[in-house]
Ligand binder design. Structure first.
Ligand code: AMP
Ligand code: FE
Ligand code: FE
Ligand code: ZN
Length: 287
């Protein structure tokens, strides 16, 4: 069983439509696929419609959150919410606000770039986002099209990272509030790429323990942004805190180099996750 629990589509910052993602998953030999766009469930229905009998789909989303250290240092972190009720009001409202903030922030970053003479327009970025949740990769693609950088990865290094003068912060959920919101909607929360230091500061083990106390059920141990030492550390911590260990590619189509199935979850861990009560079930079986 090949289980990849974290992927993106054009509903957020992936480049495959949900249908293309499903086709790519088939070609990559994936048996169980998590569809987890940033702050939206908009890709779910098309993915489920396109599903062949042999592929199971786990519906989820990735939520951008923040943890404030005692010295007021801000740490950004991502939670995966799986199998929550998409109609539940509080979480639905939160997703809508997060997407609105993504648009506003994208627009402001584009303005900062225009003011500096970069050939980018909000119209083009908005077109590239196709009505989905706007992310910095959409700005990256516009910059690639304009010939400013060769690829989206280089755009991150030079123009999009939080260390650049163009960067604008978006609204994120407080991580403990987010765990409660997702749980309140019947979802299961897994901490995505907890040790991905390349993106910025990460929280320490004590914070992860507090998150577990608040209802976190899993840690994404196997992830392309984790080096071997990170994976060993995260796996040990998950065992210590009795958290499910997941693994996933965080596939974004051509916005990132990572292929589907680059990191995977074991059947045993998926069983543990699915044994927990949740609002939705995986979509699987003959059709
Ligand atoms: P945002 O959600 O708008 O803050 O942008 C963060 C997103 O950018 C992440 O979810 C990744 O999809 C993407 N990203 C971050 N770093 C890189 C990178 N070095 N190369 C390509 N994509 C990246
Ligand atoms: Fe992303
Ligand atoms: Fe993420
Ligand atoms: Zn992701």
């Amino acid at each position: 069983m090949v289980i990849d629990l974290h992927t993106h589509t054009t509903a957020s910052d992936g480049t495959d439509t949900p249908e293309q993602l499903i086709a790519a998953a088939g070609a990559a030999g994936i048996d169980v696929l998590g569809v987890t766009d940033h702050d939206t469930t908009a890709g779910w229905d098309a993915a489920v419609q396109a599903r062949p009998s042999e592929l199971s789909i786990i519906r989820g989303a990735e939520f951008s959150c923040v943890y404030w250290e005692s010295d007021q240092r801000r740490v950004g972190l991502h939670l995966l919410g799986y199998l929550f009720d998409p109609e539940e009001d509080s979480l639905r409202l939160a997703r809508r606000e997060l997407r609105a903030s993504r648009r506003e922030r994208g627009r402001r970053m584009v303005e900062n770039m225009i003011a500096d003479g970069l050939p980018i327009t909000w119209e083009r970025v908005s077109e590239l986002a196709e009505g989905g949740a706007v992310g910095r990769p959409h700005l990256g693609r516009a910059l690639v099209e304009a010939g400013v950088v060769p690829d989206v990865g280089s755009a991150f290094g030079q123009l999009l990272s939080s260390r650049t003068k163009y960067y604008v912060r978006k609204t994120d959920l407080d991580v403990f509030a987010a765990i409660k919101l997702i749980r309140g909607a019947g979802g299961l929360t897994v901490f995505a790429h907890p040790l991905a230091r390349r993106r910025g500061p990460v929280v320490d083990d004590a914070v992860i323990a507090k998150m577990a106390d608040a209802g976190l059920v899993g840690l994404e141990v196997e992830h392309p942004d984790h080096d071997p030492a990170d994976r060993i550390h995260a796996a040990g911590l998950a065992t210590e805190l009795n958290l499910v260990r997941t693994g996933s590619s965080d596939y974004h189509g051509t916005n990132k180099a990572t292929p589907l199935g680059a990191c995977t979850t074991s059947s045993e861990m998926l069983e543990r996750l699915l044994a927990m009560p949740s609002a939705l079930q995986p979509v699987s079986g003959p059709r």
